[in-house]
Write a protein that binds this ligand. Structure first.
Ligand SMILES: NC(=O)NCCC[C@H](N)C(=O)O
Length: 254
């Protein structure tokens, strides 16, 4: 399987990125660039080819490229971000995926949808509602993915920015999250509570390896105890903007 990932380098206005659920704290732009490079290097070291989406330097949050698209099979559903300021970010992602041969569809007004609200595992696609993504966005995504065999399920998200700010899935499908920030832990069969907020976010690199933030050492130990290999990266400057390891890339498989 060919493993490729879209990334987008942070722009000069990164420190002005949106914050919604946490207090604003100063972001060190130079450190952020080094951390982004470390993230890209970690993907490459694990066998992922990285493809840079052209910068969108007028958009402070453009580095969080995951929010601009949902890729399923050969279809790229270009998002319509719930925050107006982020709408111009999608054009570069669309061009990049079209050039790679993906079929393109778009979420249209009045729908809104951020890629960070979309969690996929094994044919099920959970979509977080209550923040940046609305019912119309969910309905459009469901209609676009139904022919591909995906089942789309809405879940409430009120305590964090995006669904995947609260929960992600391990390679075996176990959903992990920091319980105080998960709306309905009991709604996830086999939910595994992790001890740190930053431990909620895993990027699956292969069937036994996950990428996560080095801000969550206790969660790392927990996951290693379950037999997973963990690659940890520093993403503190992105965490200050409610970003995390998931939102810095879009993985393309196959
Ligand atoms: N998928 C994600 O978790 N994206 C993080 C986006 C953070 C950005 N500051 C925002 O508020 O849109």
């Amino acid at each position: 399987m060919r493993k490729r990932a879209l990334v987008r380098r942070p722009g000069p206005r990164l420190a002005d990125g949106l914050v919604t659920h946490i207090p604003r704290t100063p972001v060190d732009g130079e450190l952020a660039l080094r951390q982004w490079q470390g993230y890209v290097d970690a993907l490459r070291a694990e066998g992922w080819e990285t493809i840079e989406v052209p910068p969108a330097d007028d958009c402070p949050d453009a580095v969080f490229v995951e929010d601009t698209v949902v890729v399923h099979g050969d279809l790229a559903v270009v998002s319509r971000p719930g925050a107006d300021e982020r709408r111009p970010e999608t054009a570069g992602t669309e061009r990049t995926l079209a050039a790679l041969g993906y079929r393109i569809a778009r979420i249209e007004a009045p729908g809104t949808l951020d890629g960070g609200d979309v969690l996929k595992h094994d044919g099920t696609v959970w979509v977080g509602l209550g923040g940046r993504t609305n019912e119309a966005g969910l309905a459009q995504l469901a209609a676009l993915l139904a022919p591909l065999g995906a089942e789309v399920v809405g879940v409430p998200v009120t305590r964090v920015l995006h669904l995947k700010s609260g929960v992600t899935a391990l390679p075996d499908g176990t959903v992990v999250g920091f319980e105080p920030l998960v709306d309905d832990p009991a709604g996830w069969p086999g939910f595994l509570a992790v001890p740190e907020e930053e431990g909620s976010h895993v990027v699956l690199l292969d069937g036994t390896t996950v990428l996560m933030s080095s801000s969550a050492p206790a969660t790392r130990a927990l996951l290693e105890g379950r037999g997973l290999r963990v690659v940890a990266v520093d993403v503190t400057e992105f965490e200050k903007l409610e970003g995390c390891v998931t939102c810095l890339s879009v993985r393309l498989r196959g």
